[in-house]
Design a protein around this ligand. Structure first.
Ligand SMILES: Cc1cc2nc3c(=O)[nH]c(=O)nc-3n(C[C@H](O)[C@H](O)[C@H](O)COP(=O)(O)OP(=O)(O)OC[C@H]3O[C@@H](n4cnc5c(N)ncnc54)[C@H](O)[C@@H]3O)c2cc1C
Length: 299
């Protein structure tokens, strides 16, 4: 194969939220972009495609001494906030009140939350019995499938080229272009574990299972953290993520080195039990007549 050098073209490997967003930013900057990925928005669940499974809420885990991560999380928040303001319903985003509950003695919120709109610390006398500390602020949730489709439409409108292919090696991506690109950007997520040219052996899967409910009356996000957060992956975390569509994502799990994509029934039951304890209003009114306490089967 012969190549002609072109200095304004880029190959993006991977088409999850990171690959698509990177592609769009480069297209907007006037570069020509070719993306190559084995999984695309709308595909069935896979451990190699996290983006379609995400809840998703904007919730920073940046440590108080990690200014770089704080800056990244702030920039993401500002971009999502502006998108929601400009595009409303079609943005795939929703502004919500987010309540963060800490169930372990001594656990506190990260200082990043204090920079978000409407930040409030709850007075101990206002806390439910299972909570040691709580804060609230305004944040955003993303309807991941809707948001990804929106990005795909933007990618196409800007003239991006997309190929579905599994790459054994980063170099394999060159077969999809006729010129040597000025850059190749690796956005393959967990795929980088096996991809020749990267083979990042520090990577491992952390399985996350969720349940998706239809509960359009829920307009508030809640999270309960039990045990140390440890940068986002420690302790037990229960979350409620309402989407603009009226779906509510409840979760979650963090199962290290677990590649299983199919949901487990006992895990789903446990998620429903924890979510109801955190937010009993998830159950429809019809399940709570005459003071009846809702049970997981009501969800
Ligand atoms: C249940 C769950 C809930 C989550 N909730 C949230 C949340 O609330 N907020 C939040 O911010 N994040 C959340 N996340 C995390 C978030 O989903 C991920 O951080 C994000 O989606 C990673 O995106 P990515 O583009 O890097 O990778 P991915 O979405 O995994 O995309 C990887 C891409 O690379 C391609 N690829 C990989 N290997 C190859 C190969 N060899 N050849 C060709 N293509 C390849 C894949 O096909 C895919 O297109 C959640 C994740 C899960 C599982």
């Amino acid at each position: 194969m012969s190549f002609k050098l072109a200095d304004r073209s880029v190959i993006i490997c991977g088409f999850g939220i990171i690959g698509i967003t990177t592609s769009i930013r480069l297209l907007e900057a006037g570069l020509s972009v070719t993306a190559v990925a084995s999984h695309l928005p709308g595909d069935p669940l896979s451990a190699y495609y996290a983006s379609s499974a995400a809840g998703a809420h904007h919730l920073s885990f940046a440590a108080d001494d990690d200014q770089r991560q704080q800056n990244l999380d702030r920039l993401t928040f500002d971009v999502m906030w502006a998108e929601e303001e400009a595009q409303g319903e079609s943005s795939g985003l929703m502004r919500i009140t987010q309540r963060e509950f800490y169930g372990s003695e001594g656990e506190k919120h990260i200082s990043f939350f204090e920079s978000l709109p409407d930040f409030t610390v709850y007075h101990p006398k206002d806390l439910p019995a299972f909570v040691k500390h709580a804060v609230s602020f305004t944040s955003l949730t993303m309807d991941a499938p809707v948001y990804l489709q929106k990005l795909v439409a933007r990618f196409q409108a800007l003239g991006g080229t997309l190929h579905r292919a599994h790459l054994n090696s980063l170099v394999d991506a060159l077969q999809f272009v006729s010129h040597v690109p000025s850059a190749l950007v690796n956005c393959t997520g967990l795929g980088s574990l096996n991809l020749k040219g990267v083979q990042d052996l520090d990577l491992f899967p952390i399985r996350g299972q969720v349940v998706i409910l239809r509960a359009p009356w829920i307009k508030e996000g809640r999270t309960k953290q039990v045990g140390k957060l440890d940068g986002g992956e420690g302790g037990e975390r229960t979350y409620i993520i309402p989407r603009r569509s009226g779906e509510v994502v409840i979760g979650g799990t963090r199962e290290i080195e677990d590649w299983t994509a199919d949901p487990r029934a006992d895990t789903a039951l446990d998620i429903k039990r924890r979510a109801l304890a955190l937010f009993p209003e998830l159950a429809p009114e019809s399940a709570c007549v005459d003071g009846r306490n809702p049970v997981p089967a009501d969800l």
